[in-house]
Design a protein around this ligand. Structure first.
Ligand SMILES: [Zn+2]
Length: 457
């Protein structure tokens, strides 16, 4: 949600006093639209630009405390499975007879189609019911997914892996959508779907709009008894887009809950502030919600931002990080490592969950893996098995290899930053990715000088 504007704002030239007035204007139209649908804005929320985050929400008059509701949005303001099912024109695009049980798409992928459908109506005939909402969506996103090719070549494996995964998924869904809808011509303008209107570039943008701005819903809620799209969908319809509400930025220092609650006539989607760092939030102070206890890697790849000193952050290593360390460290490279050990680690998924945490130290699996590789001589599977699943205390000493690994990663990330700096220019995604890498370097350096990274713990 909302946070994709933050770095753009930070980079805006100083003399541009109101760089984003048109965005706030479009919010007034949305505000009026939601009001017609029954939203009463009881907490007097208003969108403002905040220096730290860009666009965000505050209350203009109320002081809010933990326990207070932040927003109460009528369920008919949400864009949910009920919205898609109720739209005859949209449903008609998807011929049920063509649905293939081996070629399904996620609900998120279908909602992305719905956004494109409404966007086209909005552009050609001004008849979209979502026009006001569509105008408030960001025009671009800052996930690494949108980095230029030259920037992607300067990113670490961990980021590329996710980006490649997202790309595979998006292309797979787009192919299915093309098979179902692609050969149809639009009734209003005669253009061909998936060639002229629902282009792959448009689909990517819509996909990430949904990915970064949706809220969770219980899959049974708001779902009509008869669902046209049922056999097209691979998973639950457990999300919705929530206009205006999606302007709340995320913070790691608050806890919020969301629920559908009856309001007499229907239901409201209610967000409540459970805990916050402060006991009272003043008018005009930005109000945050929690998207979950998410580490920076996830925030960056899914939402296009990260938090400095994120309380939920940790740094994950892969087995190839350790292999690279061995290859590059003269002392470690001089030793021999039996291939059975690596085979054993892979077969038992011990490479999963290998991470360091600034407060909790080195994860169990990382300890076990470092121990198996560097601290013992056995290589018969049955002996390795006894060691790996035996006494935990034996894994206490993982130095100096843990320090080597952390230092290796710091220098690797510094190298990526340097490579990005050498590019003639960076996209917005490139700028965000570079500052994320610097935050990782900061995190690992803090870890390196913490008690967890000293010998003889
Ligand atoms: Zn058309």
């Amino acid at each position: 949600m909302g946070r994709t504007q933050r770095l753009r704002q930070r980079r805006a030239p100083k003399d541009t006093t109101h760089p984003v007035d048109h965005e706030l204007d479009s919010l007034h139209v949305l505000y009026a639209h939601l009001n017609c649908l029954g939203w009463r804005n009881t907490t007097q929320l208003s969108a403002l630009h905040f220096p730290q985050t860009g666009r965000g929400l505050c209350s203009k008059r109320q002081r809010l405390r933990p326990g207070n509701e932040l927003i109460r949005l009528p369920a008919n303001c949400l864009i949910s499975i009920a919205t898609l099912e109720a739209d005859d024109q949209f449903r008609a695009l998807f011929n049920k007879d063509l649905f293939d049980k081996d070629a399904r798409i996620s609900f998120q992928a279908l909602v992305a189609c719905y956004l494109m459908h409404q966007q086209h109506l909005h552009e050609t005939s001004q008849q979209s019911t979502l026009g006001a909402y569509l105008d408030t969506l960001p025009r671009s996103y800052t996930m690494p997914y949108f980095c230029a090719m030259s920037e992607l070549q300067c990113l670490p494996e961990a980021l590329l892996e996710r980006t490649v995964g997202q790309n595979r998924q998006i292309r797979e869904y787009y192919q299915i959508i093309k098979t179902l809808v692609g050969t149809q011509h639009c009734e209003c303008c005669g253009q061909l779907y998936c060639q002229d209107i629902w282009t792959l570039a448009e689909y990517k943008r819509a996909y990430f709009a949904v990915n970064s701005r949706s809220v969770y819903l219980n899959p049974r809620q708001l779902k009509p008894a008869r669902c046209h799209f049922q056999s097209l969908l691979s998973g639950d319809t457990n999300m919705a887009l929530a206009p205006f509400l999606d302007l709340f930025n995320h913070s790691d220092s608050v806890q919020t809950t969301a629920e559908l609650s009856p309001n007499g006539k229907g239901q409201d989607y209610v967000l409540t502030l459970d805990t916050a760092a402060k006991s009272e939030l003043q008018p005009y102070e930005q109000l945050f919600i929690s998207y979950g206890a998410l580490p920076n890697l996830k925030l960056l790849t899914d939402y296009g931002f990260y938090l400095e000193r994120n309380a939920h952050d940790f740094f994950e290593f892969s087995l190839s990080d350790i292999e690279q360390l061995i290859a590059q460290n003269r002392k470690l490279a001089a030793q021999t490592y039996h291939r059975n050990i690596f085979k054993f680690i892979r077969e038992h998924n011990l490479y999963d969950q290998m991470f360091v945490h600034i407060d909790d130290g080195c994860s169990h699996n990382l300890r076990v893996v470092l121990h198996l590789i560097f601290k013992q001589q056995a290589y018969f599977p049955n002996v390795l098995n006894q060691i790996a699943f035996g006494d935990v205390a034996q894994f206490d000493d993982v130095q100096p290899e843990l320090s080597y690994l952390v230092a290796h990663k710091i220098s690797e990330y510094q190298g990526f930053v340097k490579a990005l700096n050498q590019l003639p220019q960076l996209t917005e995604s490139g700028v965000v990715a570079r500052s994320y890498l610097l935050e990782c370097v900061r995190y690992l350096s803090d870890f390196e000088s913490s008690v967890h990274c000293q010998s003889n713990e």
